[in-house]
Design a protein around this ligand. Sequence first.
Ligand code: ADP
Length: 644
Amino acid sequence: MSGELLLEETLIKRSQQKKRTSPLNYKERLFVLTKTRLTYYDGRPEKKFKRGSIELSRIRCVEIVKNGGGSIPCNYKYPFQVVYDTNTLYVFAPSQNSRSLWVQSLKEEIKDNTVVFMKFHPQLWQEGVWLCCRQAEKQALGCEEYNLFGDITRKPLPPIPGEENKRRPPPDPPLSEEYEDEDADEDDDNNDEEVVVALYNFPGAEPHDLSLVKGDEYVILDKCDVNWYKARNMYGEEGYIPSNYITEKTSGNLEQYVWYSKQVNRNKAEELLRTQDKEGSFIVRDSSTPGAYTVSLYAKSLAGEGSAAIKHYHIKEIEGSPKQFYLAEKHLFNSIPELIEYHKHNAAGLVARLRYPVGKQDKSAPSTAGFSYEKWEINPSELTFMKELGSGQFGQVKLGKWRAQHKVAIKAIREGAMYEEDFIEEAKIMMKLSHPKLVQLYGVCSQQKPIYIVTEFMEHGCLLNFLRQRRGSFNLESLLSISLDVCEGMEHLEVNGFIHRDLAARNCLVNDALVVKVSDFGMTRYVLDDQYTSSSGAKFPVKWSPPEVFNFCKYSSKSDVWSYGVLMWEVFTEGRMPFEKNPNHQVVMLVSQGQRLYRPKLATPALYDIMQLCWHERPEERPSFSHLCTMLSDTLEEDILPPT
Ligand code: ADP
């Protein structure tokens, strides 16, 4: 009965004056109260446009407003207030009776809310000050006890002794035509408010951050940056949160549920379920058919089969209005969450009940784009060093911890190895490149020598060694999955117009979950070493370069695609050196004559075709990374995984 209409009346709403300087305005709105929401509309009951809506569960106080003698600049003279989250909505009723009815009805509906105020402000917030207590902080604690069960409309409203004159509010600006049609303030109040759910915990690193608690809801206030949003929690606290830690709370979005895992294919699902080895473990995942979902379910003792078995059930849809879903015939549901909920308690045709969701809760939180919003300078005293990981072109790399708990890789840049100033400028941009398949740059310590570059720590080190050390242990699927990881990271660089310039297995890293990520993107531009940067230099990556690069140093995303083809070749040879027997100058000649790397034994002809597409002489003929990702995931589904 959530839609049940309780009250409906045209009242006047004051704009919320979120900015101190924005002028107030007053608008007639059709207010509608139901069991769950207070919504206001523009227009008449027959033809109305929603302008704002407040969930009753978020209301902290409803009370009449004591008007300390100020003139009310609109025709309705009986104000009341609705405080929700950290906002106050002032509404003006046409009569004492009307106001009393609204206040009492709203109070009745919020009486079980847990967020209700102990104290409130009995008068208006106006021009940057509370007229009742003159506090100039909008979030200042209320100055009078709030009685949810009282009815202050029945009492006379005494002026506060000695304060009558002081508190007289300045005259309000008259209701002006000027603002009539640009109720911008209203539009961003609360209609279409984006509510999200936290997928992971996030302990805010800096005072301007807002900590996230997995499963809690937040309101997005400002998408100030692709990686960091300003948000508000249920206690009204505001701050920055990482955008990759949340998901939209809309009914169709399955990501908010623990039982749903987005990028898990059939094989991976089986692996996860087997590791759990629990009767009734299940996972809901995307089917190989786009837009469809599959439930993979583990049953230990299947009659007649003796041993454990995994069943994959397509969630079937019946078109219509509303759309319906089912797993087993005769049990229809209006949504997938309802269907899952039902089968948690009833096997109803499945081999077991859906008892234990598997997958997401075990996943560790992804990296954030830096440790906090707009923070790229890291205080070196907050770093501790643990052990040496390796060394490269720029110097030594060490494992360390940031603030004693967050493992990081710290590169100490050798004196004279890098154009440091240029890099530090660029680092601010590179930090924004945040993707699950890119090694995250967390920040730099640029105020010291040597400067440090702090990045995500990758437990298994560089991909080339990883392949070489485990030769013979890879199957087609694992090699394909490595290639796909790199391709996804590169796709993110491509869509952001960022060129890697030195893509190769040695510049990818592997973490403890065996996810491969692209590293060192764009870094060659800051190398101070001719042998590395000049195409005739001994360290120039000729074997990974297309003709337009070794001839004219013409870099593009398409030159990265060529290198990617060579990287795929490295993957499918489990870490062999390309053109093993040829020195660089011969490779230039061979490639210019049209010769290419041979097909690795572990690569199917279809996969070798993909590599060859990357090695097209003309850059514009090479596929894009997004096209490559599609081709590779299709190969993964078709060649390796049997149909569901
Ligand atoms: P450079 O950029 O100076 O050439 P590299 O990035 O190649 O240095 O790093 C040298 C070695 O240090 C790598 O081969 C790898 O073994 C190790 N290493 C570098 N970065 C990381 C990291 N983020 N996590 C774990 N090991 C790393």
